[in-house]
Design a protein around this ligand. Sequence first.
Ligand code: PLP
Length: 398
Amino acid sequence: TEYLSKRLSAVRPPQTIALALKVQQMKAEGHDIISLGQGELDFATPEHVAEAGIKAIRDGQTKYTAVAGTPELKAAIARKLKRDNGLDYEPAQIIAGTGAKQLVFNAMMATVDAGDDVVIPVPAWVSYPDIVRLAGGNPILVPMTAADGWKLTPDALAAALTPATKWVMLNSPGNPTGALYTAEELAALCDVLRDHHALIMADDIYELIVHEGSFATPAAVAPDMVDRILTVNGVSKGFAMTGWRLGYAAGPAWLVRAMDILQSQSTSNPSTISQAAAAAALDTDPAELQPRLTRLTARRDMVMEAIAKMPGVEAATPPASFYVFPSVEGLMGARTPEGGVIENDMDLSNYILAAARVAVVPGSAFDMPGHLRLAYALSEDRLAEAMDRMVTALSALE
Ligand code: PLP
């Protein structure tokens, strides 16, 4: 390890690694573990999208493309941004990459220097803080609360800003909470940022998974600030295409150009085949995705009904995404039937794994201890089984 760069040593070892290893080990031993841990839909990639990928291979679209994506994909992204979000972007303001994750990474690497702060409302996607650390910046974690619907308030944002703030990360619908900002709420946050120099990242990756309410995005609610907003999105979540690795971003041309340079010296273009498939995905009629969304909403309701039966577990019904993020504060200090004491969310996750054979992610992974993240991205019968097992295991705590 003495060979490791200082840059890499700044990244914290995932707190969930021990738990993940235990899940693997129990599976290898033949235990029937149900995982509520994966941020990935069980659905297949839509047929016409998969066909577009297959056709690309057959047509010989298997060579390098422009680093930031083919003209056809960029045109499909521009159509999508116009049609769904009312946003106008030129090809030079659009870049496709290997998953939304690469766009977030490249945006940070292109702009963040040592001493720069990046405001991250927490709980947040595990990768944000570490990507900021890899880029040499300081993640400034700003806690949100269940009482505020897990949404950053304008006051909390104003208090977190300093001259060193380079970026503010916004994510709606949110991972891990399923929070959804209204247009008015986003406008209020943009009002706070209007006279500050910070850039705004809008991570819209869960845009298509909305159960109630309507999706809004910062660039549309604060059009006067588009020069400072990078909108990140992709096909992973909405189209069940995690493995195709295709995300995109739209923002000011200078930033997109910088991200293009970085990408040209690391991965070059995202997979040509995935680009063709993503172009087909982005042109999909939303009505075609409705049956999947209806199923996801029913699953969410199933989880909420089960949570109501779990002593010490509490959550408001999340309006979006495929996650529920309940508080388990009520179980801290509880005794297991074996006589152990649940001290924190890691202990509880371990207990649920051992007693219910269900894998969940402790809130500490998202910088919000005292909670669990349950992803309902698995079949209805497995989900029902997982909920039954969790109710039984948690009811056995004293
Ligand atoms: N942003 C958030 C909030 C996520 O939860 C995820 C995936 O879990 C991503 C971005 C990355 O998505 P992609 O598969 O496009 O890299």
